[in-house]
Design a protein around this ligand. Structure first.
Ligand code: HEC
Ligand code: HEC
Length: 642
C-alpha cells in the first residue's frame, strides 16, 4: 500500500518524478563518467569545517537520522582534509568562530534536520562572507591574497550545488572569481608578468560573489528541504527540483584498495581455458562489474558488486559515512541504496570475501540463504534497488561466481593437512587447533572449522560475538566462516571487530577460558595464519602489466559476448553490456600511459556505442558491421596499446 512507504521512499520517488532538465544533464554527465574501476580522480583535501558541514548534511538525508554520527562529523577529524583537526576546532579559529561553533552546537542539540540545515549553512556562508570582506579590506596591505585563498576553500561547501543546479549563477560567480583573482594583482615571476591591482574591478567582482552567497546561503529563512544538499536557496524557493545526483562527502571513498587482491578463477588456473570461450561466464563477470544492474543511487556512484567484493575478495577502502561503520563495511539494508529496503537498524557488516563461494554456503553472515541464486537476486533487487534481473543474468553471474577459487597455498594440502613447507610453530599450533577444550563445550576449533571440509561446517553458531537484541531474545548465530585465504581478508568477524588473526585467537582464549600460554597462543596464531596464507595474495603490476592493461583485457573480453548476443538478436542483454563497457573503456583510457594509443581506445568505445544505436533501431546487420569494425581495430592496435 502506498501509504506504507516510509518518508525517504516518497522523497526519492518525488525526486525522480520532478527531475528538472538540469538534473537529467547531471545524471547523463555522471553516467558517462562512471567507471567500475579505480579511475576516479582523487579529490583534493577539504578544509576540516567544510568537510564537517558536507558530511553532516549527507548524513541528515538518512532515515532514521544518525544524530550521533552527525555530532561526530563536527566533533571528530574527518579523513581527506587539509588538517587532522575537527570541524569545530577549525571553525573556532576563524574570526568570530566561537560564536559560530556555539550556534551549531545548539542546532545539533535540537535534533531538527531543517533547523540544522539552516544554521550550518548560514554559519558557513557567514565565515565565507567574512573572508570576502577581509579580502576587500586587504587590497592595500597585501593581505587580500591569503583571504581569497581561505574564501575559495570555504566556497567549496556550496560549489557543486551551484554548478549542478544553477547554471546562470555558476556562470556569473565563476566569472567573478576569475576577475577577483586577476584584479588582485600579481608580482609575477622575477619581475616578469607583473599585474597591477585593479581596486574597482576587484570590488565589483567581490560583491557579485558576496551577494550571491548572502542571498542563497544566508537568507532570512530557508525553504524547507526534501533533500539536504548545497542547492542554492533561489533554486529551492522556485520549487524546482533540488535533487542532486549523489556525490560522496569528504572522507567517503569507493576506490579500490591497494594492494589489489589476486583473482583466482578455476577455469583459468585449473584448466587454462580463456574467458572469451565461456560467454556465460564472461557475461557474468561483466555484470559483477556493472553498476547498470543496480538502482539510481548505486548507479550514480558507480557502485557494482566488485566495488565491495573486489576481485572476488574485499575492498578494505570502501567507506560511505552513515552506511559503513568502518572501512570495508556496509549496511546493505539501511535504505541508502534502496529506501524501500530500510530495516531502520544500524547493522553495518564487514564485507565477506567471496573466494571459494560455491563451497561455503549457506550465504549471508548469518547463513540465512541456502541458495546463492536467491541471495544474489536479493542483493540486486532489494539491497541495491535494481530492476528484476532476467534468468539469463542470474545464470551468468552465478556461473562467474562459481569459478572463484581460494588462493593457492603450498603450505597446506586440499584436504587441510600441513605440507613440509609449514613451520614447526604451525605444526604445534595444528595440535592445539585439534584439541578438544572442556570450556568450549568439549569442542575443538576443528569441530566447526573442519580442515577436511574447507575449514567450515556449513552451520550457524552463536559463539558470543553479538549480544542478543533484547533480554530473553534468541542469540545471534553466524555461519562458520572458512579460514582459507583469510590472512589477507581482515578485519575479522561479522562486524570486523578483530583487526588480525592473532586478535581472533586471543579472543577465543579469553571468551572460552582456554588457558593457553603465551607460546601456545603464538603457535595457534601461526597455524591459523598458515592455513589462511597464500603464495601470492596480491596482483603485481609493472610497466608491462599495468592496471590499465588488466582493465582493457577484461573489458574487451566482456565485449566478445556480442559474438553470441548479436546472432541471437538479444537486444536487452547486449545493451546492458555496452552500457557498462563503453563508458568504462573511455574512463580507463584516461589512465593510459601510452598517450598515442588513447584515441584508439576512445574509438573502440565509440564503435561499441554505434553497435548499441544500431541495435536500438533493430538494424542487426549494421550492428554486426560495427562489431566487426571493433574487432578489426582491436586486432590492429592491441600490440602497440600498452
Ligand atoms: C556496498 C558493498 C557491497 C556490494 C556492492 C555488494 N555486496 Fe555482497 N556483501 C556485502 C556485505 C556487507 C555482505 C554481508 C551481508 C550479509 O551477511 O547479509 C555481503 C555478502 C555477500 C554474499 C554472501 C557471502 C557469504 O559468504 O555468505 C554474497 C554471495 C554476495 N555478497 C554477493 C554479492 C553480489 C553478487 C553483489 C552484486 C550483485 C554484491 N554482493 C554486492 C557488501 C556488498
Ligand atoms: C562452535 C563453532 C566454532 C568453534 C568451536 C570455533 N569457531 Fe571460529 N568461528 C565460528 C564462527 C560462527 C565464526 C564467525 C563469528 C562472527 O562472524 O561473528 C568464527 C570466526 C573465526 C575466525 C574469523 C574468520 C573471519 O573471516 O572472520 C577465526 C580466525 C576463527 N574463527 C578461528 C577459530 C579458532 C582458532 C578456534 C579455536 C580456538 C575457533 N575458531 C573455534 C565458529 C567456531
Amino acid at each position: 500500500m502506498l501509504t506504507n512507504i516510509n518518508f525517504s521512499a516518497r522523497q526519492a520517488l518525488s525526486g525522480v518524478i520532478s527531475f528538472s532538465t538540469c538534473t537529467i544533464m547531471v545524471l547523463l554527465a555522471l553516467a558517462f563518467s562512471t567507471s567500475a574501476y579505480a579511475t576516479a580522480v582523487k579529490q583534493a583535501p577539504y578544509e576540516p569545517d567544510v568537510a564537517a558541514y558536507r558530511t553532516a548534511l549527507f548524513l541528515a538525508n538518512m532515515t532514521p537520522v544518525p544524530w550521533s554520527q552527525i555530532n561526530d562529523a563536527w566533533a571528530d577529524p574527518i579523513s581527506n582534509t587539509t588538517d587532522s583537526i575537527s570541524g569545530f576546532y577549525a571553525l573556532a579559529k576563524r574570526p568570530g568562530g566561537s560564536a559560530l561553533v556555539e550556534q551549531i552546537k545548539q542546532a545539533l542539540a535540537g535534533k531538527d534536520t531543517q533547523a540544522l540545515y539552516a544554521v550550518t549553512t548560514r554559519v558557513m556562508a557567514t565565515a565565507l562572507l567574512e573572508e570576502l570582506s577581509r579580502a576587500h579590506n586587504g587590497l592595500e596591505d597585501g593581505s587580500a591574497k591569503a583571504a581569497l585563498l581561505r574564501a575559495t576553500a570555504l566556497y567549496r561547501a556550496f560549489e557543486d550545488g551551484i554548478r549542478f543546479l544553477d547554471r546562470d549563477g555558476y556562470r556569473s560567480t565563476g566569472l567573478a572569481w576569475l576577475d577577483v583573482n586577476s584584479a588582485a594583482g600579481s608580482s609575477g615571476v622575477l619581475g616578469a608578468g607583473t599585474l597591477e591591482t585593479d581596486p574597482e574591478k576587484f570590488g565589483a567582482a567581490l560583491s557579485i560573489i558576496s551577494d550571491y552567497i548572502a542571498t542563497n546561503y544566508a537568507p532570512e529563512t530557508f525553504t524547507a528541504r526534501l533533500e539536504f544538499n548545497a542547492a542554492p536557496e533561489n533554486i529551492a524557493a522556485s520549487g524546482a527540483s533540488i535533487h542532486l545526483a549523489f556525490t560522496l562527502p569528504p572522507g567517503g571513498t569507493i576506490d579500490d584498495q591497494d594492494p589489489f587482491p589476486m583473482l583466482v578463477l578455476n577455469f583459468e588456473e585449473g584448466h587454462g581455458i580463456d574467458e572469451a570461450d565461456l560467454p556465460l561466464v564472461a557475461y557474468g563477470d561483466m555484470l559483477f562489474d556493472s553498476p547498470v544492474i543496480f538502482g539510481e543511487v548505486a548507479q550514480n556512484l558507480g557502485v557494482s558488486c566488485s566495488t565491495c567484493h573486489n576481485r572476488s575478495d574485499i575492498n578494505r577502502n570502501f567507506f560511505i559515512p552513515g552506511v559503513s561503520h568502518q572501512p570495508g563495511a556496509a549496511d546493505v539494508d539501511g535504505g541508502f541504496f534502496n529506501p524501500l529496503f530500510n530495516d531502520h537498524r544500524s547493522d553495518s557488516l564487514d564485507t565477506p570475501s567471496l573466494r571459494g563461494i560455491r563451497l561455503t554456503g549457506p550465504y549471508g553472515r548469518d547463513g540465512r540463504f541456502g541458495s546463492l541464486r536467491f541471495f544474489t537476486r536479493n542483493v540486486i533487487v532489494n539491497e541495491f534497488g535494481g530492476a528484476e534481473p532476467t534468468p539469463f543474468m542470474l545464470d551468468a553471474i552465478l556461473a562467474y561466481m562459481r569459478e572463484f577459487d581460494f588462493l593457492p597455498n603450498s603450505k597446506i594440502t586440499t584436504d587441510g593437512n600441513l605440507t613440509d613447507e609449514a613451520s614447526d610453530a604451525a605444526r604445534r599450533g595444528e595440535i592445539l587447533f585439534n584439541t578438544e577444550y572442556k570450556n568450549m563445550n568439549g569442542q575443538s576449533c576443528a569441530t566447526c572449522h573442519d580442515p577436511s571440509a574447507n575449514f567450515l561446517d556449513r552451520r550457524a553458531h552463536d559463539i558470543g560475538t553479538e549480544p542478543p537484541a533484547y533480554k530473553g531474545a534468541l542469540a545471534q548465530a553466524f555461519d562458520t566462516p572458512t579460514l582459507l585465504s583469510t590472512a589477507s581478508s581482515g578485519p575479522y568477524f561479522h562486524d570486523g571487530s578483530q583487526p588480525t588473526l592473532g586478535a581472533v585467537v586471543n579472543w577465543f582464549d579469553t571468551r572460552f577460558s582456554l588457558g593457553l600460554s603465551k607460546d601456545q597462543l603464538a603457535d595457534l596464531t601461526e597455524y591459523v595464519e598458515t592455513v589462511g596464507g597464500a603464495d601470492e595474495p596480491y596482483q603485481a603490476f609493472d610497466d608491462v602489466d599495468t592496471k590499465f592493461r588488466l582493465a582493457f583485457d577484461e573489458l574487451t573480453t566482456f565485449a566478445t559476448t556480442l559474438n553470441i548476443l548479436i546472432p541471437m538478436k538479444d537486444a536487452k542483454h547486449a545493451l546492458i553490456m555496452i552500457n557498462t563497457v563503453a563508458p568504462d573503456l573511455a574512463a580507463d583510457a584516461s589512465t593510459m600511459k601510452n598517450l598515442d594509443a588513447k584515441p584508439d581506445v576512445y574509438r573502440l568505445a565509440g564503435l561499441l556505442n554505434s553497435v548499441a544505436s544500431h541495435i536500438k533501431k533493430d538494424d542487426w546487420d549494421a550492428a554486426q558491421k560495427s562489431w566487426n569494425e571493433f574487432k578489426t581495430l582491436q586486432d590492429a592496435v592491441a600490440e602497440g596499446m600498452f
